[in-house]
Design a protein. Structure first.
Length: 406
């Protein structure tokens, strides 16, 4: 009998040789050369390169190239990649009308997914999954346009005018300017913020077969085009058990702060599972050790806040929660450690992003991983349409009852 509560042995007897693996805890859906995780040792590598080396020495655009094309680029390859992306950052004016039609208080993740879905209607010349040139074009379009769409979703929620991209800036600087700048006003990109955001995007860039990536692959396995697959992945990411956890962490920290409760009182609620309350930003399906991304984000949270002169009491609460959890049997016995989302929200807040934008930032970071995984799947001759089986536990055969007899 598993934690799902099903009597698996009895069910298998009834249904034959089908494996029941609720939540795909132990089922590999593909072979992949992109990202390696050892959850027990807390190791994460992209294409073989350790995440801490990439976070320290690389840039988001270079890591995107590495994930999508398999190797670190030469200087010329990186230049060419950058310049191709910078030529596609604009949005079609009609797409802006679509964005304008959403309610002002729409969640930016819904806007992001809808706009990416709509790219499939505006760019019909890059929908083929058989033509490598079209796949390449949709790759570049997505890399270029997602930051623009994300910045527009933010501007719209603030009731502020949209800014055209400035292609003399790099991807992260351009995104910051479109998000926080104003037309006809100079905007000086803060190098501390730009560097920190670039590094956070690297930390999020891929994470093998997580919920959103599996969604991208599953949709793509039906040979749906890249825009459709990524749009579905964005929706999957929005859930609070996945990418939505970064904003849920901030909400949780804010509530603890405002309630005036001590941190121990909150932790008791978590341990007693009162109202299903969880310590958001803790636990991971694969990591049964400290998430290496959380360790980097924690260090960065201190550095960024210090450099920016931000003194946020929520950081102290987060640190105290972690200290308690790392010593408490409830968390230790279940191997629950901080995941990437635990500290990132605090950094985004210090940078000036509203909470609703946190998961959007995750999506920008994760985009190259989704694209790389989708392309690997499309190019793999072993790919089949994703089609899980089930174990039927409903009624056995019965016969139709007329309405007056029910
Ligand atoms: N707080 C309190 N208890 C927890 C937490 C948590 N954050 N996470 C897991 N547990 C408990 C569960 O209640 C369960 O307890 P039980 O053995 O008494 O039933 C046990 O730990 C195992 O947890 P599962 O839910 O079975 O683990 P699963 O692998 O299915 O879930 C998940 C992983 C969804 C990440 C979970 O840990 C969670 O909900 N965490 C909070 C949300 C979060 O931070 N999500 C971000 C994940 S990282 C990312 O997507 C980028």
């Amino acid at each position: 009998e598993g934690s799902s509560g099903y009597d698996i042995a009895a069910l298998l007897k009834e249904t034959g040789n089908v494996t029941l693996d609720v939540g795909f805890v132990n089922t590999a859906s593909c072979q992949s050369e992109i990202t390696y995780i050892d959850g027990d040792a807390g190791i994460l590598r992209y294409r073989g390169y350790p995440i801490d080396e990439l976070a320290e020495k690389s840039t988001f655009i270079e890591v995107s190239y590495l994930l999508i094309y398999g190797e670190l680029p030469t200087a010329e390859q990186l230049d060419a990649f950058r310049s191709r992306i910078s030529r596609h950052t604009m949005l079609h004016e009609d797409l802006k009308d679509l964005l304008a039609a959403f309610p002002r208080d729409a969640h930016p993740m819904s806007v992001l997914s809808a706009a990416v879905s709509a790219l499939g209607t505006f760019y019909q010349d890059s929908l083929s999954i058989k033509d490598p040139d079209q796949i390449e074009l949709s790759t570049i379009r997505l890399m270029a346009k997602l930051p623009t769409i994300a910045a527009y979703a933010h501007k719209k929620s603030q009731g502020q005018p949209l800014l055209y991209p400035d292609n003399s800036l790099n991807l992260v600087e351009n995104f910051l300017r479109m998000t926080f700048g104003f037309p006809a006003e100079p905007y000086d990109v803060d190098p501390t913020i730009a560097k920190a955001l670039d590094m956070l995007f690297i930390l999020h860039a891929d994470h093998e077969q997580n919920c959103s990536t599996s969604t991208v692959r599953l949709v793509g396995s039906a040979q749906a085009h890249l825009f459709a697959s990524i749009s579905a992945g964005i929706h999957a990411l929005s859930g609070p058990l996945h990418g939505g956890a970064n904003s849920a962490v901030l909400e949780m920290l804010g509530e603890i702060h405002e309630s005036g409760d001590d941190v121990e009182t909150f932790m008791n609620k978590v341990k007693n599972k009162e109202d299903g309350v969880k310590l958001m930003g803790f636990g991971h399906r694969v990591y049964k050790n400290y998430d290496p991304r959380a360790a980097i984000a924690k260090k960065f949270a201190h550095e960024v806040m210090e450099k920016m002169g931000v003194d946020d009491p929520l950081l102290d609460i987060a640190i105290r929660l972690e200290e308690i959890a790392l010593k408490d049997d409830y968390f230790v016995s279940r191997k629950l450690y901080p995941n990437v989302d635990f500290y990132t929200g605090l950094i985004y807040k210090a940078m000036g992003f509203p909470t609703e934008m946190f998961t959007v930032l995750f999506a920008i970071g994760r985009l190259p991983g989704w694209i790389a995984q989708w392309r690997e799947m499309i190019e793999d001759p072993a790919t089949k349409i994703g089609r899980p089986r089930q174990i039927y536990v409903g009624e056995t055969e019965r016969h139709f009852t007329e309405m007056d007899a029910r």
